[in-house]
Design a binder for this molecule. Sequence first.
Ligand code: DGL
Length: 356
Amino acid sequence: MFLKSIRAWFALVLFMLCAATAHAAARMPNVVILATGGTIAGTGATSTTTVGYTAAKVGVDDLIKAVPELKQVAHVTGEQVFQIASENMSNEHWLTLAKRVNTLLAKPDVDGIVITHGTDTIEETAYFLDLVVKSKKPVVVVGAMRPSTAISADGPINLYNAVLVAGSQDAIGKGVLVVMNDQINAARDVSKTNTTTTDTFKSTELGLLGYVVGNQPHFYRASTRKHTVDTEFDVSNLNALPQVDIAYTYANVGPTAVNALVAAGAKGLIHAGVGDGSLPNKVRPALSAAREKGVVIVRASRVGQGIVARNGEANDDQLDFVVADTLNPQKARILLMLALTKTNDTKEIQRMFYTY
Ligand code: DGL
């Protein structure tokens, strides 16, 4: 008799576990869309206007209404966080957005987040969030290269794919993702590589993470760099970020930009060097003088791919400079800003550039 009741008890527990698992798998995910503007919310004068349109016009409710298929794959709600062209994105916008993302992801009934965004600075916002989001839940940043009014606008399918990924178990723990043109890229490595075409977002040499095909994401890789819950950065109590600027280098460049940026209060300076982060003779003294004033200098490269090697084109040990590893100048700026919220120690900051 006793054995029979034990068997019955185990059978009941097993049934309840299976039922709960099946329910969780069958339950449609709850995805929140945070809208910030951009071309995905843009409108043009005619259906063939794909340049010269106005970005940031269509509200989040209308973006969602334009893709009724979203209801088949997720419970979607929308919030209009900003309504701007992304060339106007600021540190303050990033802090507001990051805090809203972290608040939402802390809710047990939120499974993932999609951020609609202008493509001009998607790669920067995505990388900033990659470093400060404190959840393993999917966060997907998405945009469009054609306004919502254009023939074959790419916004609706990009938004649909982004919601699919944000609601996918497979996207958990992958870091912040950029989903455009049926491709899934990591925030750290993706860049806008063409001014107007729909295939513009690429991770070039480091490669995409996967695709969205047949209404589901397919992952083939994951980033080796730390992100989200594994970073040391926390913006929850920050209302501002340290001033970090970029000085672009080219043949015949002089020290004017470096000196002006330091005079304007830069706490950190990214040198977007030529080649492997080379320092022209006319610029090196200005960078050294900035370092002596306590400005943290990071040697990056305008080239866009490859490692800026420490002590390669300059004696970083002697100059007390940091190198950007494979981060392009605009992403190196983001990491240096966050690094300066923790330390001014260049050895510690160099560790961060080799970690994230
Ligand atoms: N003004 C640009 C922006 O908001 C339009 C580009 C786009 O969103 O595709 O980033």
